[in-house]
Every structure is written in structure tokens, then in C-alpha cells.
Design a protein around this ligand. Structure first.
Ligand SMILES: Cc1ncc(COP(=O)(O)O)c(C=O)c1O
Length: 397
């Protein structure tokens, strides 16, 4: 077997299952699960209709590059949403089966494993970045994102000798778990470093459509590149998804967009990897990218939940409204995130994720330790009920 498989860490939800295995929560309280970032709002009917209307397509093998119509609808959405200078649907966009597989397979296509490759990731982080780096034969290097540094990756903490080995940098904006949205200045610094050292930037933007004030959409990587006068998105690839935007995680639909030369190689990789998108999913995806009304409705629900839940959670935990995304990243009193998650489950029947499961210990510090991630994915009523129970836990302490 590939020895690198042994380097993979247990997935956070496996750790959580073990943590809570011997707890007996009060049966009088219905369970509310806020641990996993799985959207629970209804999938819009237009997706079902387009999906079922295209089942005839199952008689064909889809191409890896996807249909012209799908790439055109993604490019048009990108232009409407991020106003990048011009995005060419023929060369600068590819469909992917959810951003997760793409974030993973991208490292396999990008990393030159003959050299002493380093892949940079935020810490805490979406676990796929690490697994992707390890299975690409690279060494992950984690940059802590904490309240003290405003959840920004401190690229200037990396020395020149290290940059020389860095081949790929994952950024996540809006961030999971912090919700931090990278600023124009952060992008500018990252682009300067990429120009100097030649590394590729993978910008995970799957939460880009979950924000709280209409008209104040988070900045994206393509948009930052255009604003900073860059042409052709050199060494930049962004990852988008319908999972959170359109409440369709089961559809498995997303895209990558950016540097045409890199996407050409990624397409070659994907052709061999064999991950083309079902024709019915392509049809449903076109319908979803072409419609914005359901996304606005979706955001409204999150805005309501955050407005109700945040002050309640703040009664017992230290947390702030995120810039965007659907997580509250909250510091627990005493700093024992596992103990807190166990108690909340055992006494209030609410599941949240210990932050230490999302981070790695570097120089004796695990930046997720002492935090819990609260995914406000449940219904408005349930999210508010869960927040009251979180507030109650402190009252009982
Ligand atoms: C930061 C981040 N990136 C990517 C994904 C993957 O999303 P999908 O594969 O559904 O597009 C998730 C899912 O929770 C996530 O939290």
C-alpha cells in the first residue's frame, strides 16, 4: 500500500464520534447537531426540476471538461458576482464534483514530488488540504490563524529558504472555521510572494455566498486579482461550490476557475482520474448558477439565525459575528474544547465540534484548542434553541 496513507490523521467527525460515544444525553431534549458544515435548508425546486428533466443524459458518457453551456453559465456567474476582467469559459473554468475532490486532486496535479515540496495551509483548516499535501508527497506547513492575528495567515513569518520549496498555498476565504474574509492587502501580499517564488495559490471560496448584508459580498481571489491589475490570473485557481450556496451538498457540483495554463494540466490529470460530472448534475448546476433569487433567500435565513443566536452564545462563550460563512468560532471558558463539547452534548443534547480536531500542534501550540465550531446549519428555530441551550450551560456551571 501507499505508505503515505498511514500519515493521514483521523477525520474530525470520527474523533467526535469517539468523544461522545459513552455519553447519555437527556432524552427530553431533541438532538441538535451543529457539528458538521452540512447545509440543512431546503434544496430549491429548480435544481430538482433540472436534474430530473435531464435524466435522459444518463445514456451518455460526460466529458471531463463539461458542456459548453455549463462552463458558460459558471463564467457568467463569476463575472456577475466578482466582476473579474474577463473570464474565458473555454480555458479558465472547469466543472468539478464538489470542491472537496478538486481541492484534493489539485495538489496531485500541481505538486512536483521529486523536489522537497512544501504545501502551506491555514491552521485550523479544512482537513482535505493536509491529506492532499501528504498524498501528493509534500510536507504541509501550517500558518496559525487566531483572534490575536485577526485570523490572517502571516505569510511574512515564512523565511526565504522555505518559500523556495513552497509549491502550493491553500487559502480559505471566507474561512472555515473563522469566517475571516481575506482583504485586498492580504491578496496583494500573497500575489507578490507568488510572483517572486512561483508557487500556485488554491483559493477555497465555497462559503463565498453566505454573508449577512446584501450588497456587501465577500471579496474573492479572481476579483482581487482584477482589482490589483493582474491579467490572466497567474498561478491563481479559485474553488467554488453549489453545496452551501444552493443547499445542494448531495449534488456534488462545483468549479475551479483561474490560470488557464494550470487548468489545462489539471484537465489532463482529471481525464485520467476519471471524475467527469453526470449530465443530469450538469443540467441542474446550470439552473442553479443561473438563478440568484434562491441564494438571496438562503442568506436571509442565515442572517436571521446569526442575529438571534450570536448574542445568546455570547452569554457563555467568547465569539464575534464572522465576516461571512455559517460558523460561530467560539472560545470556551477554561480552554478545554473537548470537555466543553462533551458536557454540552451530555447535558444539553447539542453537538458542536472541538476546535482542536481542526488544527495541528506546531511549536507546542494548537490554534484550534480552546475553541468550538458551531455550524448554524439547522433551521432558524433549532439554531436559536441550540443557542439558548449553550447559554444555559453556563448558567448551570
Ligand atoms: C472549507 C471547505 N472547503 C470545501 C468544502 C467542500 O465542499 P463541497 O465538496 O461540498 O463543495 C467544505 C465542506 O464543508 C469546506 O468546509
Amino acid at each position: 500500500m501507499n505508505p503515505d496513507l498511514a500519515r493521514l490523521q483521523p477525520y474530525p467527525f470520527e474523533q467526535l464520534r469517539k468523544l461522545l460515544a459513552d455519553s447519555t444525553p437527556p432524552a427530553r431534549l431533541p438532538h441538535i447537531n451543529l457539528s458538521i458544515g452540512e447545509p440543512k435548508h431546503a434544496t430549491p425546486p429548480l435544481i430538482f426540476e433540472a436534474l430530473t428533466g435531464a435524466l435522459g443524459g444518463l445514456a451518455q458518457y460526460p466529458t471531463t471538461i463539461g458542456t459548453d453551456q455549463l462552463r458558460a453559465s459558471i463564467a457568467a456567474w463569476l463575472t456577475r458576482r466578482f466582476a473579474p476582467a474577463a473570464i474565458d469559459p473555454a480555458t479558465q473554468v472547469l466543472p468539478v464534483n464538489g470542491s472537496r475532490e478538486a481541492l484534493f486532486s489539485f495538489a496531485q496535479a500541481v505538486v512536483d514530488r521529486r523536489s522537497d515540496a512544501i504545501v502551506i495551509s491555514p491552521n485550523p483548516f479544512y482537513q482535505i488540504y493536509e491529506g492532499a499535501a501528504l498524498l501528493a508527497g509534500a510536507r504541509p506547513l501550517f500558518l496559525p490563524t487566531t483572534p490575536a492575528n485577526g485570523f490572517k495567515m502571516d505569510f511574512d513569518s515564512v523565511d526565504e529558504a522555505t518559500w523556495a520549496k513552497v509549491q502550493l498555498v491553500y487559502v480559505c476565504t471566507p474561512g472555515n472555521p473563522s469566517g475571516h474574509v481575506m482583504t485586498r492587502d492580504e491578496w496583494q501580499r500573497l500575489f507578490e510572494l507568488s510572483d517572486r517564488h512561483g508557487f500556485v495559490i488554491a483559493s477555497d471560496e465555497c462559503y463565498s455566498e453566505i454573508y449577512f448584508t446584501e450588497g456587501q459580498a465577500p471579496l474573492g481571489g479572481l476579483q482581487a486579482a482584477a482589482l490589483l491589475g493582474r491579467h490572466g490570473f497567474p498561478r491563481l485557481v479559485v474553488f467554488g461550490s453549489l453545496s452551501k450556496r444552493s443547499n445542494a451538498p448531495g449534488l456534488r457540483s462545483g468549479f475551479v476557475a483561474g490560470d488557464a495554463a494550470i487548468l489545462k494540466q489539471f484537465l489532463l490529470y482529471r481525464t485520467y482520474h476519471g471524475n467527469s460530472m453526470s449530465p443530469a448534475v450538469q443540467a441542474a448546476s446550470i439552473a442553479a448558477w443561473n438563478n440568484e433569487a434562491h441564494v438571496v433567500d438562503n442568506r436571509r435565513l442565515y442572517a436571521t439565525k446569526f442575529a438571534q443566536a450570536t448574542p445568546l452564545v455570547q452569554r457563555s462563550l467568547q465569539t464575534e459575528m464572522p465576516d461571512a460563512g455559517f460558523y460561530l468560532w467560539a472560545a470556551v471558558p477554561g480552554g478545554d474544547d473537548e470537555g466543553y463539547a462533551r458536557r454540552l452534548f451530555a447535558e444539553q443534547h447539542v453537538t458542536v465540534l472541538p476546535g482542536s480536531y481542526l488544527s495541528r500542534t506546531v511549536d507546542g501550540m494548537s490554534p484550534g484548542r480552546g475553541f468550538v465550531r458551531i455550524a448554524l446549519v439547522a433551521s432558524v428555530a433549532e439554531a436559536s434553541e441550540a443557542a439558548s441551550r449553550i447559554a444555559n450551560l453556563a448558567v448551570n456551571q
